[in-house]
Design a protein around this ligand. Structure first.
Ligand code: HEM
Length: 525
């Protein structure tokens, strides 16, 4: 009987794999695509050629790419109890993050469940996301104000890129630590970004040899330079978090504490952290998860507006029809009366999903899909790029056309719950139990950026841009997303609009709570 079972089972093949070399598998193809920033296109080609689930081998690592909406629904949503684990990352998860980073924690770790719960309560529920809107409105007004008052900034794509980064980092540092980052060259921005990058690089196959040969982890510490470096990094991150936390506590004692995730966590013992340092570290992780993905969303939006000026013009008309030409700045609450902005958001995240190839999950049992078998322990990726560019799902997928969502006013949450997965808008936030918990916050961030930027500026290619524009000329660090060399510039639409921006920014600044950045100056440090 056992023999028969083994035979039947072996008849179910593994998913198809593109041809590769012995031992190296598909490594060379992947390396050459990565070198020119085009992994997403390589994996998209394989998706078109080999189907809904593709097996890719890179040396000792086998990855399974999930390339269709139906497969994503089946494997990540319906079978989520078997597909919510993460691979074991010895250096990144266990040493750099000391098993405290929600993004890398294994789903069976009770800390992961606890942190997800706290994130929702403390920052990402609809009511919390709404309550934090003043930070977003302030920071985006500051961004507009910087651009309209500095012609060299408005004409420099690298500086616009940094300024967008400043406002997203400052928005989320405010929401988490009550900490303002007023300047684009604030060292905190670079510190947070570099720390996040170290963690993510550590999750890529092959970065650390010990992840290939875990037995090396049993060596004594003095023979493991990677571990000493990783643990030092954790200590450094923790020190940084505790320093910010002390400011939150000082501000709290002085009654100058701005409302923030951390200030609430510190006041509410029911949040149930092991110790307050874990809460501070989580706040740090939240900035990492939120700031760059939001920055990339705004940046990709600028790419779309520059390349599809007719869409930009339609957007401007819709926005001005609701908020007026030069009466006031758009606010998040306008979104519900400007459906076109909702379509724009969906289209940005379909067209340029910031995490194009998904963050890896692993399976905890053998799964079957479409006549293929995915083994237990397999590393699976939701290929958000391939699904968003699947011509059978979205006609002419490289065309940026918000009209394709005409009539779909669903939020990200409503759309991900669509009973028919064909109706789902996009997969930029992942799927299943590990879906990004920040989508309500991310939606607010992108909606306000879209409304304000299009209302204020004409978004055009810079004079030195190589025409016709081609995304291959300005690849970024996140596959499929434009990099800082994207040749874009912003032109304020009118003097009257500039006056509105100046007026509203001054008013917002005057009514603003004292944030940690300012508090340091007030107390003289
Ligand atoms: C446009 C903005 C954003 C995009 C595209 C995005 C996308 C993603 C994706 C693809 C994942 C991995 C999901 C998976 O493993 O299947 C993720 C995880 C995560 N995101 Fe986001 N995200 C965004 C904004 C945010 C924001 C604003 C926050 C917090 C306020 C946030 C917090 C997190 C956290 C904590 C995780 C880890 C979840 C886990 O592993 O259980 N993200 N995000």
């Amino acid at each position: 009987k056992l023999q028969k079972w083994v035979q039947t089972k072996n008849k179910v093949p593994l998913p198809p794999q593109p041809p590769g070399l012995p031992f190296l598998g598909n490594m060379l193809d992947i390396l050459s695509a990565t070198k020119i920033g085009q992994q997403h296109l390589l994996f998209e080609n394989w998706a078109r050629k080999y189907g809904e689930v593709v097996r890719v081998e890179a040396g000792p690592f086998t990855q399974y790419f999930i390339n269709s909406d139906s497969a994503a629904k089946e494997l990540f949503d319906k079978q989520s109890s078997a597909t919510s684990e993460r691979p074991r990352w010895i250096v990144s998860n266990e040493q750099i993050c000391n098993e405290k980073n929600v993004l890398l924690l294994s789903a069976s770790n009770p800390r992961w469940r606890h942190q997800r719960k706290v994130i929702l309560q403390g920052m990402t529920s609809v009511s919390r996301a709404d309550a934090d809107l003043p930070y977003l409105h302030f920071e985006t007004a500051k961004f507009l104000n910087e651009v309209v008052n500095d012609p060299t900034l408005a004409a420099s794509s690298a500086r616009i890129f940094n300024s967008i980064g400043r406002y997203t980092y400052s928005t989320f540092a405010s929401q988490t630590f009550g900490m303002e980052l007023p300047n684009a060259d604030d060292p905190a921005i670079d510190y947070i970004f570099t720390s996040g990058l170290e963690q993510i690089l550590g999750t890529l196959p092959g970065t650390y040899f010990v992840d290939i040969l875990p037995i090396l982890d049993h060596l004594p510490l003095f023979l493991k330079p990677w571990e000493r470096k990783a643990r030092a990094l954790f200590q450094d991150n923790l020190k940084w978090c505790l320093k910010q936390m002390r400011w939150v506590q000082t501000a709290h004692q002085n009654n100058t504490s701005p409302d923030s995730f951390l200030s609430r966590v510190l006041q509410d013992e029911k949040m149930g952290f092991e110790d307050t340092s874990e809460a501070a570290y989580l706040a740090f992780m939240l900035i990492i998860g939120a700031a760059d993905t939001s920055k990339m969303s705004t940046w990709s939006f600028l790419e779309a507006m520059m390349r599809f000026p007719e869409v930009q013009e339609t957007a401007r008309k819709h926005i001005e029809a609701k908020v007026g030409v030069a009466d006031r700045l758009p606010v998040y609450e306008d979104l519900k009366e400007i459906p076109y902005v909702r379509y724009l958001m969906k289209e940005v995240w379909r067209w340029r999903p910031p995490v194009a190839l998904g963050h890896p999950h692993t399976t905890t049992k053998e799964l079957f899909y479409g006549g293929y078998r995915i083994p237990k322990g397999a590393r699976i990726h939701l290929n958000a790029w391939a699904i968003g560019h699947d011509p059978s799902r979205h006609l002419d997928p490289e065309l940026f056309s918000p009209e394709r969502y005409e009539g779909d006013l669903t939020t990200s949450e409503e759309s991900k719950n669509s009973s028919d997965v064909k109706e789902r808008d996009h997969f930029a936030f992942g799927s299943g139990r590990r879906i990004c918990p920040g989508y309500h916050v991310a939606e607010r961030s992108l909606a306000v950026a879209i409304m304000r930027v299009v209302w204020a500026f004409e978004i055009v290619p810079s004079p030195q841009a190589k025409m016709p524009l081609d995304p291959r000329d300005y690849v970024g660090e996140m596959p499929g997303n434009p990099g800082e060399c994207m040749p874009v510039m912003l032109r304020v639409r009118s003097e009257a609009k500039k006056r509105v921006i100046d007026r509203e920014f001054r008013a917002a600044e005057a009514s603003r709570p004292v944030m940690i950045g300012k508090l340091k100056k007030l107390i003289g440090r």
